[in-house]
Design a protein around this ligand. Structure first.
Ligand code: 13P
Ligand code: SF4
Length: 304
């Protein structure tokens, strides 16, 4: 099995050189996929880097909205998502048609869309945000009342940070929404000296019990610098692989067992190798949609 894995990694390396490809991965990817990637990051870092890769092919190990964002920002490159079924269920909670009808009920209101949305929804929005910059993006809009799609938890957290009235779509992430205050209390009882870090896709009552509320990229940076011996994390469990690499002197514990995003886990090294070999699972965004969606993403990138 290990021999087979090594052979796959060797073949991926060979194909990467042959195809002038780069492999990028989100922090929730399987450990072996993270290890095979040229760059691992959060949604903002992955978007910022998308246009700048010196490569013809970007193999995106993440979920569909992330690969679409790369395709929008790097229109000349071929973007592969090694399993096209790796979607984000939260992104699927709102369609462009639903957003259009919702906007019609609130004329004149600006729409902030979380990056976890389809390209079509981004095309209907004024500006995009990620978990690491939602407050700055909302604060960049002078209005006091703003529409936010699709994550009601991130919206509630951002409203608290900014003091603005945020009208949120009723969406959430099935991985983060399942964390409960009881999970955090139980983890604290088990690790009394630990600091608690939570992702802003968790519910407000969970975030209220955390010492720090952080995007995955900010967790990675904190892991490098923290002097703490133990940290409990309320987010997708595969990030612990990355956190341990960045902060080897710290013990990281999941706030809840089995907090896995099964969509992120659809990407395997075998699928990476096959999509690279056969140029399958290409992600494209129609230029008319991409042009409008790019405006919302670039506005965000200009701010933070
Ligand atoms: P980050 O941008 O913090 O990596 O979050 C992305 C995501 O999908 C969280 O569920
Ligand atoms: Fe979507 Fe949640 Fe998975 Fe992130 S963890 S990709 S928000 S389902």
């Amino acid at each position: 099995m290990i021999v087979e894995l090594r052979e796959i990694v060797r073949e991926i390396d060979r194909l990467k050189r042959e195809r002038t490809a780069v492999i990028v991965a989100h922090n929730y990817q399987r450990p072996e996929v993270q290890d095979a990637a040229d760059f691992v990051g959060d949604s903002l870092e992955l978007s910022r880097k998308a246009a700048g890769w010196d490569a013809e092919v970007i193999v995106f190990c993440g979920v569909l909205f992330m690969a679409e964002t790369a395709a929008i920002l790097a229109p000349g490159k071929t973007v592969l998502l090694p399993d096209l079924d790796a979607g984000c269920p939260m992104a699927d909670m709102i369609t462009a048609g639903e957003l259009r009808s919702w906007k019609a009920r609130y004329p004149g209101r600006k729409v902030v869309c979380y990056i976890n949305t389809s390209a079509e929804v981004k095309a209907e929005s004024d500006i995009c945000c990620t978990s690491s910059n939602a407050a700055s993006v909302v604060n960049s809009i002078p209005d006091e009342e703003i529409l936010f799609v699709p994550d009601k938890n991130l919206a509630a957290w951002t409203a608290r940070q900014t003091g603005k009235k945020i009208i949120a779509w009723d969406g959430c992430c099935y991985v983060h929404d399942r964390f409960t205050p009881a999970d955090i209390r139980a983890a604290k009882a088990l690790h009394p000296g630990a600091e608690v870090w939570a992702h802003p896709e968790c519910r407000l009552e969970v975030l209220g019990l955390a010492d720090k509320v952080l995007s995955t990229g900010k967790m990675v940076r904190e892991a490098r610098e923290t002097g703490r011996k133990e940290i409990v994390v309320a987010t997708e469990a595969s990030i612990i692989h990355r956190l341990k690499k960045e902060g080897p002197a710290t013990d990281f514990y999941p706030a809840r067992e089995m907090a896995f995003c099964f969509n992120m886990k659809k990407i395997t090294l075998d699928k990476v190798m096959r999509s690279l070999k056969e140029t399958t699972c290409v992600v494209t965004v129609p230029s008319e949609v991409a042009d409008r969606a790019r405006g919302a993403i670039e506005k965000m990138i200009e701010i933070v």
